[in-house]
Write a protein that binds this ligand. Sequence first.
Ligand code: HXC
Ligand code: NAP
Length: 272
Amino acid sequence: MSIEFNFKDKNVFVVGGTSGINFGIACGFARWGANVVVASRKQDKVDKAVQTLTELGAKANGIALDVRNYDEVVTGFDKAAEYLGGSIDVLISGAAGNFPARVNDMSANAIRSVIEIDLLGTFHVMKACFQHLTKPGASVINISAPQAFLPMEHQAHVCAAKAGVDMVTRTLCMEWGSAGIRLNSIVPGPIGDTEGMDRLAPTPDLQKAVGHSVPLGRLGSVDDVANAAGLLASDAAAYISGAILPVDGGWSQSGATAVMGKMSSILDKMNK
Ligand code: HXC
Ligand code: NAP
């Protein structure tokens, strides 16, 4: 569904914004008139994303960086501010990694890789962004996941990392409120046509079952999440800070728990 917001001449930076949900958010802001910069590890993904954002009419640019490397993140923010020609009005931080595995089947390095991308990466982005944010007025949105508050088999690394992400959101909303910066987390539910869903629900049957387990009866779309980001970044949300907002059709109330056993046994079979 096409929702209208006005972000004309606003500066938006989407970290981890070259595919899936975060790219959908970047496209939303491009359609709503913003200048948009995206960043992720792979230069080819960055270039492709920038091309699409430009075709949508945005003044767009991209940066290759790995959120695990603080120096790259700092340099990335300097470049983003230069490309945007001013401070950042809206920052989306959503770089993440995931693979389904039981703790007994993960090496220490496997656990570290997800914690480093999701949680440490969020810290790096938060620490580097402050000096570049519009003060007062900036809106920062961290992309979380239902795993932050729902324990899921095969997801201990993501559960721990995303719980941490939400606590960063909530703590910084207190530390940065006096500078006029709002911070919120969006918790996407199961979103169709994404890498995250394809990894967690790797068969069409399972994706269908997940869709049925959502109270609204369907998988979400990247536009559902983009619209929530537009809302949180808009003046309509001027007094919303520290919120952890599920955008999940109600899935995290109980549907997620109902379908977890089926997901788990399919993932166990695939990992054998
Ligand atoms: C066990 C695994 C594994 C698996 C990788 N590893 N896959 N262990 N089971 N299925 C181990 C590797 O063996 C290695 O450990 C360690 O993890 C790091 O792997 P690398 O490939 O060297 O890491 P890297 O190249 O840095 O890639 C990081 C990654 C990768 C997370 C492993 O998958 C990635 O880049 N993902 C980005 C895209 C992504 O995941 N998108 C989905 C986000 S969805 P050893 O010991 O061998 O060195 C999401 C939540 C979704 O976040 C929620 C849906 C509801
Ligand atoms: P995706 O397409 O794989 O998106 C992940 C993005 O992060 C990509 O642009 C990726 O690009 C980038 N990235 C990964 N590691 C990075 C790193 N170390 N440094 C910089 N950028 C990095 O996956 P998605 O499913 O759309 O997920 C997007 C976000 O939504 C994630 O935060 C995820 O946890 C959350 N989420 C997804 C779902 C879902 O249903 N899909 C549900 C809940 C939450 P590169 O590969 O080029 O680095």
